[in-house]
Design a protein around this ligand. Structure first.
Ligand SMILES: NC(=O)c1ccc[n+]([C@@H]2O[C@H](COP(=O)([O-])OP(=O)(O)OC[C@H]3O[C@@H](n4cnc5c(N)ncnc54)[C@H](O)[C@@H]3O)[C@@H](O)[C@H]2O)c1
Ligand SMILES: O=C(O)C(=O)C[C@]1(C(=O)O)C=C[C@@H](O)C=C1
Length: 366
């Protein structure tokens, strides 16, 4: 039986979900987004069947509604569901990065056709909009479900089936657990990344050459500071109470670190660094969301014309599929490193064997 899936907000997340739902023969995707170019592109690509006239009529047509808008907009749409007469049941989900206020709004919906199961794919990007959407964005990522008062296990299962093409891994959490954990591993790090960029910007006033020294370390730790400020302002304010508490703990910890340096506590400083390394190294490595999303290979290359092309060409000849390529630290006249990512350990190993047999310095990070 055909299911009509109504996606509101066809940006990075909504667009990526739509690309997966559209693969299912039994699903007809309709969408709403204020950006006409987004709607046109999604239609041309066959990702959506048509644009909904407005929120109300989209909900009336739909069997499943996915709210993939900024969090405050999602809350507003949930409230609108009360004034939306529906002739058939509507299963509603969202993708919001913070769940407390969303679930509060969902739990007071009086429209008895509506059931709500919150959702949050733990994958994304610092990019935004439909043009950044991609079908494999959620592959191997954790997808958190947060049931509401109105939902039961059967509805969560239905959502998992709908989203099976994403190849995400579903888990169920309470809103509180979700918001606490995402505050620690997503929202607070974002705040710190932005503050590090501000610190560098301040120092650049007296050290104009500083930006040229910003190498891999600074880039790795601050990538997320390039994300959409509107989205993150919303996230910070939705999870404001926990972030205020964490900032307090962080300031205390920074003061302890400051004391370690002032008091020349070398051994304790070493242990602090060692414990951080051990915890980070122990994070699940082969699943998206933790650290290396793919199976990476590091290849030393020399800054000579065509050096990168030659590496890629050799892999292409053996039909090994590359998922991502990044140039790390290549400077004029100096050896650089190419990070090539594969989606399986088999391809990683084959590439390792091939390139090392041809004289390349190759490394796999354990
Ligand atoms: N960016 C990430 O890494 C990430 C990851 C997981 C979850 N999320 C969550 O996904 C949601 C969307 O974020 P995104 O990164 O896809 O942002 P985005 O800016 O890429 O997409 C948001 C989309 O919503 C549309 N929109 C805005 N107001 C609307 C309205 N009133 N009605 C209909 N559409 C509207 C915009 O035109 C845009 O296409 C947020 O709630 C965010 O918390 C983001
Ligand atoms: O990869 C990124 O750029 C992200 O910020 C993705 C990220 C995160 O890992 O913190 C950001 C917000 C989401 O709610 C989920 C995932």
């Amino acid at each position: 039986m055909t299911q009509t899936v109504f996606i509101v907000g066809l940006g990075l997340i909504g667009g990526s979900i739509a690309m997966n739902v559209a693969k299912k023969k039994e699903c007809k995707v309709i969408a709403l987004d204020p950006d006409p170019k987004t709607i046109d592109m999604a239609k041309i690509q066959g990702v959506i069947y048509e644009e909904a006239k407005d929120f109300k009529s989209g909900c009336q047509q739909a069997d499943i509604l996915i709210l993939a808008t900024p969090i405050s907009v999602t809350i507003d749409y949930l409230q609108q569901l009360n004034d939306c007469p529906l002739e058939k049941p509507l299963l509603v989900t969202d993708v919001s990065s913070v769940k407390n206020n969303v679930l509060e709004a969902a739990n007071v919906i009086t429209n008895d056709q509506v059931t709500f199961v919150g959702g949050h794919p733990m994958a994304g990007s610092h990019k935004q909009g439909y043009s950044a959407a991609k079908p494999h964005l959620f592959e191997n990522a954790i997808y958190v479900l947060t049931p509401s008062k109105t939902s039961n296990g059967a509805q969560a299962k239905r959502l998992q089936e709908l989203l099976e093409e994403t190849k995400a891994r579903f888990i169920t959490l309470s809103t509180k657990e979700h918001d606490e954990m995402t505050a620690v591993i997503s929202h607070f790090p974002h705040l710190i990344a932005s503050s590090l960029v501000h610190q560098a910007k301040e120092w650049q006033k007296t050290h104009p050459y500083l930006e040229h020294l910003a190498a891999g370390g600074f880039r790795d730790i601050t990538r997320i500071a390039s994300s959409n400020p509107t989205l993150w302002q919303d996230i910070f304010f939705q999870n404001r109470t926990l972030l205020i508490q964490m900032l307090g703990d962080w300031i205390d910890e920074m003061q302890e670190l400051q004391s370690l340096l002032q008091d020349r506590e070398a051994q304790t400083t070493y242990e602090y660094l060692l414990q951080a390394k051990q915890y980070r190294d122990g994070l699940p490595a082969k699943e998206k969301g933790a650290i290396p999303a793919f199976y990476d290979l590091y290849v030393d290359i020399h800054d000579q014309p065509g050096a990168i092309y030659k590496v890629i060409q050799q892999l292409a000849e053996t039909e090994i599929s590359i998922k991502n390529i990044e140039i790390l630290e290549i400077r004029e006249g100096i050896t650089g490193v190419l990070r090539i990512s594969f989606s399986s350990s088999k391809e990683q190993k084959m590439s390792y064997d091939l390139l090392s047999s041809r004289g390349y310095e190759v490394m796999i990070e354990e």
